[in-house]
Design a binder for this molecule. Structure first.
Ligand code: ADP
Length: 604
């Protein structure tokens, strides 16, 4: 499907008509310096001066010229910088969406109004096409609250929506996906750090397909050193500058967004090529600019490896990441301790292109792979747009899914059963659970955390190859242990905990998790719903007459499963779902319905 991608910057407009599958460009147009007397539009070889033109006029002029090359466009994808709290995935644009994006302009005053101008003009010019908004922030909708929050007064943050959002989402997601494809692995099995290094720069920690940390914050100013943006600065410096230089908000804005970064440090402008040349010629400021740039990125990579408990792949992308062997060399030279070992020769020689978008630059035995990947934001936006335009996110919404509440419980290995209950002990079934073959046991254990003990926690049978202790967020705080949200069975790198039974005590080195909400279903169910194993879906629970939506629900398909959604006690409380009967896994009599499936776009 051909998609027109509209990307409006504050004074620029990029239009690309491309094939959503292959990414092949049919035709492109670029407008620059919009709103100034020097405004001009370029389509192929043709350059049109259009002094004073705004986004709408540039679009009006460009579109008919673009359209002559095709029979017409059925889908238009719009890049929108800020999606705020509301937009955590691409959406079809209607009047309500336009209004919501408008409201978000206060969060991105430089960007959202320009994006909206493009949406309004394109909808007027192409009223019959499906218009889709793709948000820079959406991919980071999965950031946990600990990574979102600023340590500012809570009420103030609530009032103004002060929190970290993250940007460059389509690019981070795109290159992570390309990297996984290149390695012939599933992104959902990898911990990836993506470094998008263009004029704007950000780094993201992608844990098993989900963004869990990213360096840009509420605005695209936090984090790495950029072309003209400072990235991280002690906020105290700003207070001092206000006092000493008499700077106001506008003055600080210009300083931090336009006069800082590589340009401010080097005094040679924002083009890294010039700074690399300057450094080679002995210019100390250029050298410092390179050092600060690479030092900060290395610092973030180390931090993000710590956040994810390790890293499998580091990806470099965008103008600098794809082209500067020097920057990659400087960043990667001290990462051996993470198992990331750069192949210097491969790094010097590596080139990526649309035809060969990924190249490996780590040594063959490097535990952590280092890759370069060509980003293509327009292609990412086109794919997301085509998926929505073709309704590929649709699911069966009428079928009902029973809901069960999973209380804290423990799975044990045979060895653990013997250590806790005595040699030769066999688990005693108390009553069967809804999943065939599974049963709640008579046996109970105490879970001992550094802070408190949870007593009498039910063991579930049968025994498993690994011990796993599933608790809720509330339990986690009670125990005093930080447990990750994981799929059941995925306990690698999770924290340990001590279990106490009648015959002994057992300290696990790993196994404590908060189970991710999930739906069990058979392959036949999956076909009926239009989903596949490990898909992530959105589920609506009819709660007291209003739909309560659970996002991020994992689908688990096996022929022996019975159709059922499992939520933990915290989630059930939030949804005001009460437990039917006592037990480790209690049916509630309530039902849910699928609302949508994540598209491939969401999955990364
Ligand atoms: P944008 O964020 O504007 O899309 P790009 O991704 O095009 O930016 O990246 C622009 C940056 O990439 C510039 O700093 C430029 O100097 C740098 N760059 C491009 N090619 C090279 C190269 N061969 N060597 C070093 N830096 C390069």
């Amino acid at each position: 499907m051909d998609v027109l991608v509209v990307n409006c910057g504050s004074s620029s407009l990029k239009l690309d008509l491309l094939d959503a599958e292959s990414g092949a460009r049919r035709v492109s147009a670029r407008a620059e310096r919009l709103g100034t007397p020097e405004a001009r539009l370029r389509i192929g070889e043709e350059v049109v001066s259009m002094g004073g033109a705004d986004h709408a006029r540039a679009l009006e002029t460009a579109l008919p010229k673009l359209m002559t090359s095709t029979a017409g466009v059925r889908a238009v994808g719009h890049r929108v910088v800020h999606g705020g709290e509301d937009f955590t995935r691409p959406v079809r644009v209607d009047d309500a969406v336009v209004e919501a994006i408008d409201t978000l302009s206060s969060l991105a005053p430089l960007h959202n109004p320009a994006n909206l101008a493009g949406i309004r003009a394109a909808r007027a010019l192409l009223p019959d096409a499906v218009h889709v908004a793709v948000f820079d922030t959406a991919f980071h909708g999965t950031l946990p609250s600990r990574a979102r929050a600023y340590a500012l007064p809570w009420a103030l943050s609530q009032k103004h929506g002060l929190r970290r959002y993250g940007f460059h989402g389509p690019s981070h997601q795109w290159v992570a996906r390309r990297a996984a494809d290149f390695l012939d692995e599933d992104l959902r099995d990898l911990r990836v750090i993506t470094c998008h290094l263009g004029n704007g720069a950000s780094v993201t920690a992608i844990e098993y397909g989900r963004s869990v940390e990213t360096s840009m914050g509420m605005t695209p100013l936090e984090g790495l050193v950029m072309g003209t943006r400072s990235g991280d600065v002690d906020p105290g410096v700003l207070l001092e500058l206000m006092r000493r230089e008499g700077l106001d908000a506008a003055g600080l804005d210009t300083l931090l967004n336009r006069s800082s970064g590589l340009a401010g440090l080097s005094g040679r402008g924002n083009d890294l090529r010039d700074i690399e040349s300057g450094a080679a010629e002995g210019d100390e400021r250029c050298r410092l600019a390179l050092q600060v740039f690479t030092h900060r990125l290395r610092k973030y990579i180390g931090a993000y490896a710590a956040v994810m408990g390790g890293v499998d792949v580091i990806v470099f992308t965008a103008g600098i990441g794809e082209n500067s062997a020097l920057i990659r060399h400087r960043v990667a030279q001290r990462l051996d301790f993470l198992g990331a070992r750069l192949d210097e020769e491969a790094n010097r020689e590596a080139r990526v292109s649309k035809d060969a978008p990924v190249a490996a630059v780590s040594l063959p035995h490097s535990r952590t792979r280092i890759l370069i990947a060509a980003t293509d934001e327009a292609h990412a936006i086109a794919r997301a747009t085509a998926r929505l335009a073709e309704s590929r996110d649709a699911v069966e919404t009428d079928l009902q899914i029973p809901i069960a509440i999973s209380a804290r419980h423990i799975h044990l290995t045979t060895e653990a059963v013997e250590a806790l209950f005595g040699v030769g002990h066999q688990l005693t079934p108390h009553k069967p659970l809804s999943q065939p073959g599974q049963f709640a046991c008579e046996e109970k254990l105490d879970i001992v955390g550094p802070k408190r003990t949870l007593s009498g926690v039910r063991v579930l049978g049968p025994v498993r190859p690994k011990c796993q202790v599933e608790v809720s967020r509330t339990d986690e705080f009670a125990l005093g242990i930080d447990a990750p949200v994981r799929n059941s069975g995925d306990v690698a790198n999770s924290p340990g905990v001590t279990l106490v039974g009648p015959a002994g005590k057992l300290t696990l080195t790993e196994g404590l998790i908060c189970a991710r909400r999930h739906i069990h279903m058979t392959p036949a169910d999956a076909t009926r719903f239009g989903v596949a194993d490990r898909d992530v879906v959105e589920v609506a629970v009819d709660s007291e007459g209003r739909d309560l939506i659970f996002g991020d629900v994992l689908v688990r398909v096996k022929s022996t499963y019975a159709l059922e959604m499992h939520v933990d006690t915290d989630e059930a409380n939030a949804a005001e779902i009460r437990r039917g009967q006592a037990g480790a896994l209690a049916g509630t009599g309530r039902v849910a319905r699928l609302r949508r499936r994540r598209t491939d776009y969401d999955r990364g």
